[in-house]
Each structure stands twice: as C-alpha cells, then as structure tokens.
Design a protein around this ligand. Sequence first.
Ligand SMILES: [Fe+2]
Length: 417
Amino acid sequence: MGAPTDEEDAIGDLHGRQMSGFKDFYQFLAPTRVVAGRGLIEGVGFEFAKEGAKRVAIVTDEVIRGTGLIDAVVAGVEDGGLEVATIFDGVPPDSDSAVVVNAAGQAQAAEADAFLAVGGGSVMDTAKLANVIFTHGGEPREWEGYYGLPRADDGLGRPFGLAPLACVPTTAGTGSEVSFAAVIKDREEHIKFQVADFPMYPRLAILDPESTRTLPPHIAAATGMDAMTHAIEGYVSREWTAHGDAYALQALRLIRDNLERAVQTPEDDDARGNMLIAANLAIMPTSSGAIGIAHSLSHPAGAHFDVPHGVANAINLPWVIEFNSAGGEDIADRYRDINDLLGLEVGGDGPAVGHELAECVRGVVSRLGLPTRLSEVGVPESAIPVLVDGAMGDGCTLVNPREPTEDEFAALYAKAL
Ligand SMILES: [Fe+2]
C-alpha cells in the first residue's frame, strides 16, 4: 500500500475518517504479562505468586471441571505455595449479571485475594466483572461502560486497583485473557453490556496448548473465527493504529496457517498453541477501540437468540467485508493488505477486492463445518427490526470504517439469513 494520494486524503476527510498516514491521535495498551509454552499448567502457582496472589478463587464451568483440567490447575496452584480458597464452577456459556454476583460473593465468603479464570470468554469475562464487584461492590450494570471504575483525585487520577486476575484460556478466540473488557448478558433486557477499564486487564495470561486439548472441534472452529473477525475488523476499523496493525497482521498469518489444522487435527499441539497466541494478537487492536459491525450484527443475535458469538461472526463477517470494501478506496486499500497477506487478488475496485476476501472467508467457514446462515441457528426473518435496533445502538458501529444506515443493517441481516 503506497502513501495516500490527495484524492484519497480528500475521501478520508469527506467521511471523517483517516484510514492511512500519521494518525491525529491514538492510544494503545498491552499490559498483560503473557506466558506461553508447554507444561505451564503445573507452574501456574509459581507464576501467579509473582502477581501477589495468595488465596485463589478459581472461576470456571462444569464442562471444563469435568475434563480434569481444574485438578491439574489446583495442583499447579498449590505446588507454587498458594492456597485454593474456592472453586466457582457455575458459569454458563453466556454468563449474566446474577452469575457474576454469585462468583464475587463466593470469593468474598472464602476470603480469597485473587481470581484465576480457567475457561473461555464467558468464564474470563465473569471473573473480570466479579473482581470489580468483589473490590468495589455494587451491581454489575452500575459499572456499564468504559473507564467508569473509581479513580483517585476525584475521578481524574489513577484508577484504584483490583485483585490480581490470571487467565488460562481454554478456547483460542476471544482474547479476553489480554483485554480489558467484560461482555455480560442482562437476561431481563435481552442485551449484552460491556464493562471496560484499565484495571480489568488480567495481570497474567497463561497460554498452554494443554488447556485446549479437549476443546470440541466445533467450538475451536467458532472461537477461531471470532479471532479472525477481531483481526480483520481491527485492521479495517477507523480506530486502527500502527501498533494494532502489527498485531492484526501477525494474527492473520497465524490464523491462516493454523486455524484449519487446529480444528481438523485436534491432536496437533503446535497448531493449537499457535491459535492461542493468534487469539491474543488479534484482540490487541481493540485496546484502541478498533473493531467493526460484524460484532454489531453478532451481539444482538447472541442476546436474543443465543447464537454463539464466534458462529455469528463467522456468518456475518463476509457480508460486512463486502459492505465495507464498497465504501471508498481508502477502506479498500486496507482490505488489499489483508488479501495480499492471504495470497488473494489485490487488483480491481473496492467491491472486487472485498468479494475476493469474503469468498475466501466463506470457504474457511464451510471447511470448518460451521453454519453459514443465521436461519440455521434459530434466527427468524421477523426478528430483523429488533436486531437492527440492537446493531444501531452497539458501540462497535461507531468505529466501523463505513457507517451503515438502518436499512443497510437490515439488508446485511437479510443477506446473512
Ligand atoms: Fe469477538
């Protein structure tokens, strides 16, 4: 991709976006200590002690507990001289406010001083928000939004710290182990709300392929597509950054080389380990807010119809690529970089470039054996208006490179159905 021409700069100005060049402003963070490699579960206590943990509340779900992984984690915690204060294994696939409150209460009752999340995105996000309630009290919805945790100096200074949180991800996709956001369901209102602030970055992420050894292939596929969606949406978001670009592109290389291997040959430790790393890298652009409307479309589908997040993204992503790439040459250039990395055609106009990438993504999704239509996963056509409402109000919509109207969102859902 060359320097932008005057004409491209003018297009960027016209749409109020800056898709290349030196950005007027950005902020980038990656503060979580990442430890990656083999045999790390047995050393989890040794590593977590360095973050100040002494009495650990383990947060997980029943399925993971049933695999025996928690026994290995408990042994690892105790081997490092730490105590397991309690094990909360009540996190459902789509966690909600009540679960968060219960997890926080159980940790308090057990006099824990640290959280260790062992699970996928739902488990890790539960632990993050439980830590907020554990430390500051209140109800989960009270903390909704960005940068709302208590701070010194009348709210202008450094945010007060939380208890140390370590994460052992058991899926390779959400990247929640290195992000500062928790996405939790409000079951009464049928929405997913986000809480995000700097202290919510986990202190420690432990990436060991052993932790995804028993991951069912269809979940490896769906969560891997979530990681791909983060990398692609992060790279083409109007909130892109040079730092985030570096992470997104390396994530895409690892996903290109490892996602299908990890799903089709689950015994391939290298592929599973590389996907854990790819999921980490792919989420990094979101630290500057870089994400897009595949997520805006997927969040309401999850909130209303329990469509798993990764499955919804896998279905929506190709349509969003085609929509965005037709929004201007400055956006198409970003997709050209991705096509180049994936060995796809980079010539032609924006729609051609987008179609090329969208077809490639569709091919990956179908080879992974995932659904390709929202109607296959329980979304009826009659739901489009309520889904569009959710998508319009989603925070991811504002940072998409091309701003969709209500009608355009409805058209995207209609295509994805
Ligand atoms: Fe996601």
